[in-house]
Design a protein around this ligand. Structure first.
Ligand SMILES: [Cu+2]
Length: 193
């Protein structure tokens, strides 16, 4: 195989674009500092309720400007549920171990807040009558590794990790109390990991 730079090959072998892409992928030099999130594998939080029941997963994939979150849950009460990234990667001995909202910029809670929002604030999760919920959305500014940049300045892989919490009630995007108690919890990045 002729070892041309990927760009050159892709530009000149238009009809073989698919082949060129495959070849580029195979011959691309390995990155020296690939974190787990940048390897393409999602970071998966297994969600559990307080009695230990597994109620689905929430996956996080690194994008250039933040993370893409994919929630697939079941066995939860129907309706709107507040959902946030919390500051500590622990769900035991109680969900209080997850601490407050992930808030590295020391802002106020809520998308409506003039001084907001928390970096860990997320849109509500809507659970259907059969107890399931599936949603995918983007969260800006977050990094899943200790490598940060202007585009993704806030890392979830800090010393105490991070968790994701699904609350009992919908978040009014103004007050912390609106979301109610902590219904399900999953560790995104373990504390100390
Ligand atoms: Cu919360």
């Amino acid at each position: 195989m002729i070892k041309l730079p990927c760009k050159t090959r892709a530009a000149h072998v238009v009809t073989l674009a698919a082949t060129a892409l495959t070849a580029c992928a195979l011959t691309a030099p390995p990155s020296v500092a690939q974190g787990r999130a940048d390897s393409g594998a999602p970071t998966v939080a297994t969600m559990r309720t307080a009695d230990g029941s597994q109620v689905g997963t929430i996956s996080f994939r690194q994008a250039e400007h933040g993370v893409i979150v994919t929630a697939k849950v079941r066995g939860l009460p129907s309706g709107q549920h507040g959902m946030h990234i919390h500051q500590t990667g622990a769900c035991t001995p109680s969900f209080d171990a997850a601490g407050g909202h992930f808030n590295p910029a020391a802002t106020e809670h809520g998308f409506h807040s003039a001084a907001g929002y928390h970096a860990g604030d997320l849109p509500n999760l809507d659970i259907a009558a059969d107890g399931t919920g599936e949603v995918e959305f983007f969260v800006p500014q977050l990094s899943l590794t200790d490598r940060t940049s202007d585009r993704r300045p806030h890392t979830l892989a800090d010393a105490d990790g991070a968790a994701i919490i699904i609350h009992a009630a919908g978040d009014d995007y103004r007050t912390m109390a609106s979301s109610g108690r902590r219904l399900a919890c999953g560790v995104i990045v373990p504390a100390g990991g």
